[in-house]
Design a binder for this molecule. Structure first.
Ligand code: PLP
Length: 409
């Protein structure tokens, strides 16, 4: 019989959101009259900005005409989008990039999942704990890890605990790592890294010939002017970092799909024989071989987010989510809980009371007030004792959830 890729069997079963879904369904079956409010999932809830849907409609009609029809697009994305990306997301923040350093795609999830293909299997990876599960699981599938232990941690991965003491920004690990995954603003903790903290990481990568994989999917939620939106705002970061961006959370594209990855040409790795090779060249080869481009329509839609109207409209949507975040943060803090995040990110990372475990507290909230959060332990061992609240919800649902919270306290 054909052999399977046994690395897949190392993956931990019981996917977090499936387990939450199962428990909620079970509760609803027993209490059909209850109204459950979900502050659990990291998906947007507001409709697309009008500038985006207008541009889409025009492009759709165009596709039915000789003049407006488009087939396969340029490998790395349409210049009309890449030029806007460079000008608005980078030049405006003092960062210079070249067009062939940007790779437009259909999602930051697949990009940060696939990027590990251009690195040798023997590289050591370092990950935050708690963490976005994609970084872990894709390395497990590739065979870069051993088995997982009782605590869910895999052999060969360097875990960097993100805890109250380090304000949920990982410390430089004692053990050397070749590849470091960083995500700021962070999912799930809502933490951000300041210029000094990011500089320390860039310096570490330079000293150790390491590569930083920087996930900036939530940069649009940064409100504090001192916090960098891109790792390239740090000097020399182009020599050590790849950055992932997405229109998903920024402009409500989770269903439309458009994102991009920056691979600077200065970023180099080595062959076993010691020859230097640019990672840009490898990712270009990979992209061209395994991907045929984000759809023309989603690239038109993404370009529309950079128009004057588009910017104003998506910023208003982000304001809506951020006022949800503030409401949640203020309410739980007022009630005496310790809560983090929520001021530069759409997530609130709340400490469970009296050392209750994450799932126990999840169950408590479901039963007593029918409000759903995501158990922190689902994001890693160091997430035990926390619950993540998402600000992606309708404001009236958030208000009601917080009113219910006040009643049980
Ligand atoms: C939502 C999210 C993304 C974006 O994924 P897309 O595939 O672009 O929708 C990337 N990274 C993190 C940490 C996320 O939470």
């Amino acid at each position: 019989m054909t052999r399977i890729n046994e690395n897949f069997l190392k993956l931990r079963t019981g996917y977090l959101f499936a387990e939450i879904g199962r428990r909620v369904k079970e509760f609803k079956a027993k209490h059909p009259e209850s109204k459950v409010i979900s502050l659990g999932i990291g998906d947007v809830t507001e409709p697309l900005p009008a500038a985006v849907t207008d541009a889409l409609q025009k492009a759709v009609r165009g596709m039915g005409t000789d003049a407006g029809f488009r087939g396969y697009g340029p490998e790395q994305g349409y210049p009309f989008l890449i030029d806007k990306i460079i000008e608005n997301d980078f030049n405006a923040r003092g960062v210079e990039l070249q067009a062939d350093e940007i790779f437009v795609s259909d999602g930051a999830k697949c990009d940060c999942a696939n990027i590990q293909e251009i690195f040798d299997l023997h590289n050591t990876i370092a990950l935050a704990d708690p963490v976005y599960p994609v970084y872990v699981d894709t390395n497990v599938m590739a065979g870069r890890t051993g088995d997982s232990g009782e605590d869910g941690r895999y052999e060969k991965i360097v875990y960097m605990p993100c805890i109250e003491k380090n304000q949920f920004v990982p410390d430089i690990p004692a053990q050397r790592a070749d590849i470091i995954y960083l995500c700021f603003p962070n999912n799930p903790t809502g933490a951000t890294a300041g210029r000094e903290q990011l500089s320390r990481w860039v310096e570490y990568a330079r000293q150790n010939d390491a590569v930083i994989l920087f996930d900036a999917a939530y940069e649009a939620f940064i409100t504090d002017p001192d916090i960098p939106h891109s790792i390239y705002e740090i000097d020399s970061a182009k020599q050590v970092a790849i950055e992932f961006r997405s229109f998903s959370k920024t402009a409500g594209f989770t269903g439309l799909r458009c994102a991009y990855t920056v691979v600077p040409k200065q970023l180099k790795g080595r062959t076993s024989g010691g020859k230097e090779v640019s990672f840009n060249k490898l990712w270009h080869r990979r992209h061209g071989t395994k991907f045929n481009g984000a759809s023309y329509l989603s690239q038109v839609a993404a370009a529309a987010t950079y128009s004057v109207d588009g910017k104003a409209q998506y910023k208003k949507i982000i304001d809506t989510y951020m006022s949800n975040a503030k409401l949640i943060h203020d309410c739980v803090t007022e009630l005496g809980y310790r809560a983090y995040g929520g001021n530069n990110a759409p997530y609130i990372w709340m400490k469970t009371p009296n050392g209750t475990d994450s799932w126990e507290f999840f169950e408590h909230l479901l039963r007593s007030i029918q409000v759903i959060g995501t158990p922190g332990s689902g994001f890693g061992a160091a997430g035990e004792g926390y619950l993540r609240f998402s600000a992606f919800a309708k404001p009236k649902d958030v208000s009601e959830a917080m009113e219910r919270f006040r009643k049980i306290k």
